[in-house]
Design a protein around this ligand. Structure first.
Ligand SMILES: [Ca+2]
Ligand SMILES: [Ca+2]
Length: 317
């Protein structure tokens, strides 16, 4: 695979925009392994650790990224970092959120760097430098299509949206085997991410991630394929699966992944509909003219959607 193709894979927009949804199927009576793990995470008093990039907040560990990715006041200009939004949603669970900053935007990220951060986190937990978290929230999507899997591993896997979970171990084995026999930059990155997630799993620190926003049952988030627990996105009322969410049987945990921002007192922004401000108006880009043109003085603003907003909501009501 060429390096430009690789670059494209990592240009992962984790906030998509789509309004259509899919009706929720009736609940399966037996919880899946992923659902059971999520239940344990939420029952645990331990904090979340969130690996992301932050604009407003100085992370507890790692670095602060100076780019902003999410527009919350409706003027089409980003106001806050992706991680700032994700952290706020995670905090609604009542859990403490330890933040671990990674550099810059999605465009600058590589799987290698992410894997290194996972290794650092594992080491810091081991050393007692970081409180052992109930889970790591990693709301970054590395889109991986069935086609890309075939290109890497051959076409004899015969993947379908219904068998991807059953084929997961076979795919991972093939990745490791391919990397041992015929390593390339791509197998190296994928193997490294898998190793990092496996080490954390062995420490009983599961990694939670978004299912990915490719609007396709034939796409997975690579981190999920390699052992993180993917979370799909539901509409804000929790009634529908969002069509942006990659819906296949790798994902069995679904949470609300759609946020409306509302003006409350002092022009501050509320994102969980409790009338209490979550972000102060002073951080907003706040181009009133644009807001008035697009929203005609409404108090409710852009719809932020994405499985990266669903992942931090695993323990939210
Ligand atoms: Ca804005
Ligand atoms: Ca609020």
């Amino acid at each position: 695979m060429s390096s430009s193709a690789l670059t494209k894979i990592f240009m992962a927009a984790t906030l998509g925009l789509a309004l259509a949804g899919t009706a929720l199927a009736s609940e399966s009576p037996d919880p899946t392994e992923h659902q059971k793990t999520v239940q344990q995470i939420c029952n645990s008093p331990a904090p979340f650790l969130q690996l992301d990039h932050f604009y407003l907040k100085k992370p507890d560990y790692g670095i602060q990224a100076l780019d902003a990715a999410v527009d919350i006041d409706g003027d089409l200009i980003p106001d806050i970092g992706h991680g700032d939004m994700v952290e706020k949603i995670a905090s609604f669970s009542g859990k403490k959120v330890i933040t671990y900053g990674i550099s810059q935007s999605h465009l600058d990220m590589t799987a290698n760097m992410i894997a290194d951060q996972f290794f650092d986190i594992a080491q810091k937990i081991e050393n007692g430098e970081i409180e052992k978290p109930a889970a790591i929230i990693f709301s970054i999507s590395f889109p991986f299509s069935f086609k890309a899997i075939y290109q890497l591993l051959g076409t004899d896997l015969h993947l379908t949206p219904e068998n991807i979970l059953d084929k997961q171990n076979e795919i991972i084995e093939k990745i490791i085997e391919t990397h041992e026999k015929n390593p390339n930059q791509y197998t190296q990155m994928v193997s490294k991410i898998h190793k990092a997630i496996t080490i954390l799993k062995a420490m009983k620190v599961p990694v939670i991630t978004g299912a990915g926003n490719d609007s396709s049952p034939n796409h997975v988030n690579m981190a999920a394929l390699l052992g993180a627990i993917p979370v799909g996105a539901l509409s804000h009322d929790g009634k529908k699966k969002l069509s942006i969410s990659n819906i296949n049987n790798l994902t069995s945990v679904y949470k609300v992944g759609e946020v409306f921002s509302r003006r409350v007192a002092n022009d501050d922004i509320d994102i969980n509909n409790d009338e209490k401000a979550d972000f102060p108006s002073r951080i907003l880009s706040n181009k009133r003219m644009i807001i008035d043109i697009f929203y005609n003085n409404q108090t409710t603003f852009p719809l932020n959607q994405g499985t990266s907003l669903a992942a931090p909501a695993i323990c939210n009501r």
